[in-house]
Design a protein around this ligand. Structure first.
Ligand SMILES: Nc1ncnc2c1ncn2[C@@H]1O[C@H](COP(=O)(O)OP(=O)(O)OP(=O)(O)O)[C@@H](O)[C@H]1O
Ligand SMILES: [Mg+2]
Length: 240
C-alpha cells in the first residue's frame, strides 16, 4: 500500500506539490493526469526517497520513506520514462544485474527469459546489447526489471510514452495482471484514453494540487477529457 499524507514539496517559490493526500490500495491502479509541471514526477521522487518532502509523509507498506529509506525501497519498484540501463550489457544481463541489486539471488535463466517474453520483448533481443534498443524496447525491459523485483508498490512515470499502439495495449494488459497479483500501482500519463481504460481511479493534478479524483463509476459516466481540459485551463485556486 502507498500512503501519501499531507505531502508538500517546494523548490524556493515553486510549490511543486501542495498538501497532497492519497492512498493507493493493493490491487488498485491509480492513474494521475496533469499538465507539464503539475507535480506528478515530484510526487514520485519524494515517494521513492530520492528527495525529501518540505512537509508531510509518504509510507510504502507502512514504512516512512524519509525515516527509513532503505527499508522502504525494498517494497517499491519504479519505471521511469527514460529507463536507466547499461548499454554494453545485453537485455538479459541488465535484467540479472538489476534483479540481483534488488536483493534476489535465486533466479533461474528460464525465469529471466520468461519475464522478458511476458513484457513483449522479441526473443532475438534477449541477448543483444541494449545500446541499440529503441525507446519502447528499453521501456519493456524496465518493466521486466520492475516485475522481477516483486515489490508490493509499483510507481510508473509515463511508462507508455515510447510504446507503439500494440505494445501500449499489451502493456495495459500487463498492468491488469499485476493488479491481479495485488500490487498497488501508480501511473502518470498524458494519455487520457489509456488512463480511463485501465485505471480504477483517475486523479487530476493542477499546479501541485490534486483537484479531482474520479471513481470507477464516475469514469464510466463522465467525460474525463472534457473535465480535464476545463481543470487545466483555469488557475489552480479556482480549480481547487
Ligand atoms: N529539482 C528541482 N528544482 C527546482 N524545481 C523543480 C525541481 N524538480 C521539479 N521542479 C519544479 O516543480 C514543478 C513540478 O515538476 P514535475 O516534474 O513534478 O511536473 P510533472 O507533473 O511531472 O510534469 P511533466 O508532465 O512535464 O512530466 C515544476 O514547476 C518544476 O519546474
Ligand atoms: Mg513528469
Amino acid at each position: 500500500m502507498l500512503e501519501i499524507i499531507g505531502l508538500s514539496k517546494h523548490y524556493g517559490d515553486v510549490h511543486a506539490v501542495n498538501d497532497l493526500s492519497l492512498t493507493i490500495e493493493p490491487g488498485e491502479i491509480f492513474t494521475m493526469l496533469g499538465a507539464n509541471g503539475a507535480g506528478k514526477t515530484t510526487t514520485l521522487m519524494v515517494s521513492l526517497g530520492f528527495t525529501e518532502p518540505t512537509a508531510g509523509t509518504v509510507k510504502i507498506c507502512g514504512i516512512d520513506v524519509t525515516k527509513d529509506p532503505l527499508e522502504a525501497k525494498k517494497h517499491v519498484a519504479y519505471v521511469s520514462e527514460n529507463v536507466m540501463l547499461y548499454g554494453n550489457f545485453t537485455a538479459r544481463q541488465n535484467l540479472e544485474f538489476f534483479t540481483k541489486l534488488g536483493g534476489r539471488k535465486d533466479v533461474s535463466d528460464d525465469e529471466y527469459r520468461e519475464v522478458m517474453g511476458r513484457v513483449g520483448l522479441q526473443q532475438d533481443a534477449f541477448d543483444r546489447r541494449v545500446k541499440g534498443f529503441s525507446k519502447g524496447m528499453r521501456q519493456k525491459l524496465g518493466i521486466a526489471i520492475a516485475i522481477m523485483k516483486n515489490a508490493e508498490v509499483i510507481l510508473l512515470d509515463e511508462p507508455t510514452s515510447g510504446l507503439d499502439p500494440k505494445s501500449g495495449a499489451e502493456f495495459l494488459q500487463l498492468l491488469a495482471e499485476l493488479r491481479e497479483e495485488n500490487k498497488a500501482i501508480w501511473m502518470t500519463t498524458h494519455d487520457i484514453f489509456r488512463a480511463k481504460q485501465i485505471a480504477d481511479r483517475v486523479g487530476i493534478m493542477v499546479e501541485g494540487n490534486l483537484v479531482r479524483i474520479f471513481s470507477s463509476d464516475e469514469l464510466e459516466q463522465e467525460d474525463l477529457e472534457k473535465i480535464y481540459v476545463e481543470y487545466v485551463s483555469q488557475p489552480a485556486e479556482q480549480a481547487a
